[in-house]
Each structure stands twice: as C-alpha cells, then as structure tokens.
Design a protein around this ligand. Sequence first.
Ligand code: HEM
Ligand code: HEM
Length: 175
Amino acid sequence: MEWFVRTFVKASLAWLAVGVTLGVAMAAHPPWVVYRPAHLHANVLGFVAMMIFGVAYHVIPRFSGHPLHSPTLARAHVWLANAGLLAMVGGFALVAQGRRAGTLLLAAGGLASALGAYAFAYNLWRTIDGPARLREAARRAAAARQASGVTGRAPLPQAGASAPPAAASAPLPRG
Ligand code: HEM
Ligand code: HEM
C-alpha cells in the first residue's frame, strides 16, 4: 500500500474521531451547535472524502490497468487536504466565536482543500486514460490486427490433443 493511500485512510479514521466527538459535544451541549459547520466538514471532507481519496488512489489504477498518473501529486494532495481541512475547522470555530481572523483561515483552508480536490480529479482522470504511449501501442495493435484480418485470438493447444476442435479454431465473428 503506497504512503498516500495509507495516510489518507488513517487520516480519514482520525477525522471520524474528531467529527463524532464534536457531534456528541453538540448533542450534549446545544449552545455548541454553532460549531456545526466544523463538525460536518470534519465528517464529510475528513472522514468520507479522505476514505474515498485513499481507496480510489489504490483501486482506480488496478481497475483501469494503468499506473497512477502522478504519485507526486497524490502526496501533495495528502498535505493540501489535511492542512486545508485543519484550517477550515479552525476557521469555522473562530467564525462561530465572531472572530474576523476565522474568515481568512477558512478561505485559506477552503482554497487548499479545493486545490487538493482538483489535483485528485486530474490525477485519476489521467490514470483512467492511461499513458499516451500505451494508448498509441493499443491503437497500432488494433490497426495491425485489422490489416492482417485476424479478428480473434488463436486457441491455446489442448494437452494431449493433436489438433484444436474445429469450432474453437474458427475466427470470432466480426463486430
Ligand atoms: C456520534 C456521531 C454524531 C453525532 C452525535 C452527531 C451530532 C450532530 C448534531 C448535534 C448536529 C447539529 C444538529 C442541529 O443543527 O441541531 C449535527 C449536524 C450534522 N451532522 Fe452530525 N453527528 C454525528 C456524526 C455525523 C457523521 C458521521 C456525519 C457525516 C458523515 C455527520 C454529518 C452531519 C451534518 C451534515 C450535519 C449538518 C446538518 C444540517 O446542516 O442540517 N454527523 N450532527
Ligand atoms: C473545499 C471544500 C469545501 C469548502 C471550502 C466548504 C465551505 C463551506 C462553507 C463556508 C459553508 C457555510 C457554513 C456556514 O453555514 O457558515 C459550507 C456549508 C456546507 N457544506 Fe461545505 N465546503 C466544502 C466541501 C464540502 C463537501 C465536500 C461537502 C459534502 C460532501 C460539504 C457539505 C456542506 C453542507 C451540508 C453545508 C451546510 C451546512 C449547514 O448549513 O449546516 N461541503 N461549506
């Protein structure tokens, strides 16, 4: 498991602990409901989104059969997402206390979180498409297959059989 996968999954679990603790605190002490935005973003951006980031960085390259486009960008995303959310949660808390500095912190954290999200979207988009050289090789292989008239894979020889069955050696139907 790559560092950014493990870190996102563990960060998600840590943010879940922060989020539910804030939730229980609000439930037990209703005046603290002013911290609702901090609670909900710790849960949705921290727990839910970071679990998705970690699992997606692990699974999408395997589902698509292509290496992750940029592991460096994924590592940067870990820092943008976590520092960004920390600033957002702090910013929401300060805003709830009527402190002006909270707005600045919230804006900075929101920007970092958003940049991380754009990096995630770009990185996985490019991963799904695959490296340009693989796309070009696949295109050329398909063109060569078409030019040679071979439309299906030849059957593997059967153990102990002198010749493959006639039906198995027939070319696959086109289309
Ligand atoms: C032990 C677990 C949790 C407790 C005790 C808890 C408690 C609360 C409380 C007291 C509120 C404020 C309700 C109000 O405005 O009067 C709230 C809001 C909210 N919580 Fe939680 N929560 C928990 C877990 C979660 C989780 C896991 C998520 C998301 C994955 C979540 C998402 C939200 C959202 C989105 C709101 C805002 C709803 C709105 O704006 O109407 N909470 N929660
Ligand atoms: C860069 C990421 C994000 C930023 C900067 C951001 C910022 C904000 C801000 C400033 C508010 C207004 C809070 C207030 O009422 O004072 C808000 C509300 C809200 N956000 Fe986000 N958000 C982000 C991502 C998300 C995501 C990913 C989700 C859900 C998956 C989400 C769910 C909500 C909800 C449900 C509310 C309404 C809260 C309420 O009225 O109680 N946000 N967000």
